[in-house]
Design a binder for this molecule. Structure first.
Ligand SMILES: [Zn+2]
Length: 160
């Protein structure tokens, strides 16, 4: 088991209670894994959902599990990765941990783009910022095609 939870393990073994232990209902299973006892004890769900294995926040194994789950979900987002991970594990500060791992994902970073900013917009031309009377400047607009029905036959048309 993780050395990071040694104090919790000692408390459980000494049958004392501490805040985290109370909040998560921590206990050691037969294999020595620290599990959380939620309120889904009587639900017809897998053991992982009812009693997820507790994982520490900043741990290499936790990161590997998150990475694997993220890849299984084809590089889905934080919420989906966290939800899938919680089917088996409970991670301390789960959302923040998943977010930090996903921020390191090279594929996601490549697809979401870097931190480039839009270039500064140039000044508007004087004709667009000078007050003038309506129709003092004229333009021609052209759009289409639109579809017209003439004598039961559909035809394309453009409008100027
Ligand atoms: Zn990714």
């Amino acid at each position: 088991m993780f050395k990071k939870f040694q104090s919790e393990i000692d408390v459980i073994r000494a049958k004392k209670t501490i805040c985290r232990q109370q909040q998560l209902g921590l206990f050691l299973d037969e294999q020595g894994l620290m599990r959380c006892k939620g309120r889904l004890e009587n639900a017809k769900l897998s053991e992982g959902v009812r009693q997820p294995i507790l994982l520490p926040q900043n741990d290499h194994l936790t990161e590997l599990i998150i990475e694997r789950t993220h890849k299984e979900l084809l590089h889905n987002g934080i919420s989906q990765t966290l939800a899938k991970t919680r089917q088996k594990f409970w991670i301390i500060h789960g959302r923040a941990t998943v977010k930090s791992v996903l921020n390191k994902c090279v594929l996601c970073r490549r697809h979401e783009g870097g931190s480039y900013k839009m270039p500064p917009m140039s000044s508007l031309p004087s004709s667009r910022v000078t007050e003038s009377t309506p129709n003092s400047r004229t333009d021609l607009d052209y759009f289409g095609p639109i579809y017209l029905k003439t004598s039961g036959e559909e035809k394309k048309a453009w409008i100027c």
